[in-house]
Design a protein around this ligand. Structure first.
Ligand code: GLY
Length: 337
């Protein structure tokens, strides 16, 4: 889908819903590249723009307060529409602001990274980080309209960010489509993405979110790769070598697929295919004795866990996942090598 589809759908939506004021929330990098993306919106809406500093540090309660204050000082009322234009930081933060300003205003996301297109901007999870916890504060609050994604944004995305999105894309293949997995495995060029790949991820996520919007059960399958992934991400940040979220998730997919096999759920041959694909395209950090302790510490402190048990989604086949295995930390230690 192209920019013209996004603009047309927004125009139609604003007309239908009688929306008069739109505030675009974006960051400096996106604004620099795509500052006039919405210039063709109908003149019936007044468009304002707030440009934030790029980067994960922006996803904070302080920036949320800055945006709340901006909206309040400009006297934006409850009918104001927030248009979040950027990657996951902007869509998470913007969704959070939309869900809380005047107890909730309407919003939509126009994601510009692969990761945001297939994950962050879909499904209504919003939030900001706390110094001690990623996504420590947030809400589940759904966009007013789910817009088509514009894959042309990927042309200006750094290759590292593309691979970060591919980590999440591979997750969707592993939990939801044996066919997509084998198609990715056989591609001569990697990453060579199609609209169908991206649409599969969004449709799959939407299907799960419709079944479990408030994340009580089946939605947990979307966390596959994230228990190890978040721990690896935190460990790397702590050692001063931060890595992109999806690159940590790719490593999480590796270790959680291995765990699925070691616990007798995923056949060995399928594990080998997964390991071959992941090690071909991603760097997988070996888990040495000292790293094992640290990863366990982060996993135990994950907000999904309690009572020294660690929550995992596991695979029983490529394309099929089962949520909510509770594994005691002491037992997990024996499987981590
Ligand atoms: N990122 C996982 C979810 O939205 O549930």
């Amino acid at each position: 889908m192209a920019k013209s589809d996004t603009i047309r759908q927004l125009d139609d939506h604003f007309r239908r819903e009688n929306i008069r004021n739109v505030v675009i929330l974006t960051d400096k990098n996106v604004d620099h590249l795509y500052g006039d993306y919405f210039s063709e919106l109908s003149e019936q809406v007044a468009v304002d723009k707030l440009v934030l500093r790029p980067g994960e540090k922006t996803k904070s309660i302080q920036t949320a307060a800055q945006v709340w204050n901006y909206l309040a000082e400009k006297q934006y009322d409850k009918d104001t529409f927030l248009l979040n234009f950027g990657g996951g930081v902007i869509t998470d933060l913007g969704g959070f602001v939309a869900s809380t300003y005047k107890r909730g205003i309407r919003f939509a996301n126009v994601p510009t990274t692969l990761l945001a297109m297939i994950d962050a901007a879909v499904g209504g999870k919003t939030g900001v980080n706390l110094p001690s916890m990623k996504n420590g504060v947030g809400t589940i609050y759904f966009p007013d309209i789910q817009l088509p994604v514009d894959l042309s944004f990927l042309n200006t995305l750094h290759i590292n960010e593309i691979f970060s999105g591919l980590g999440e894309l591979l997750k969707y293949a592993l939990i939801g489509s044996n066919e997509l997995f084998h198609s990715l495995r056989k591609r001569r060029r990697f990453p060579s993405l199609t609209t169908e790949d991206v649409d599969f991820c969004i449709d799959f996520k939407m299907k799960i979110v419709r079944k479990d919007p408030y994340d009580k059960g089946i939605r947990h399958i979307l966390n596959f790769g994230h228990t190890f992934g978040h721990a690896i991400e935190s460990y790397c940040a702590k050692t001063g070598k931060p890595i992109a979220h999806g690159l940590a998730v790719a490593q999480g997919l590796y270790y959680e697929s291995l765990l699925s096999t070691r616990l007798g759920h995923l056949p060995q041959e399928e594990w080998q295919l997964i390991a071959a694909l992941l090690t071909k395209h991603f760097q997988i950090m070996p888990i040495t004795d000292d790293i094992r302790e640290e990863l366990l510490y982060y996993m135990l402190n994950d907000k999904k866990n309690h009572n020294n048990m660690i929550n995992f989604t596991l695979l029983n086949h490529i394309g099929h996942a089962i949520p909510d295995f509770q594994i005691p930390a002491s037992e997990l230690q024996t499987y981590m090598s």
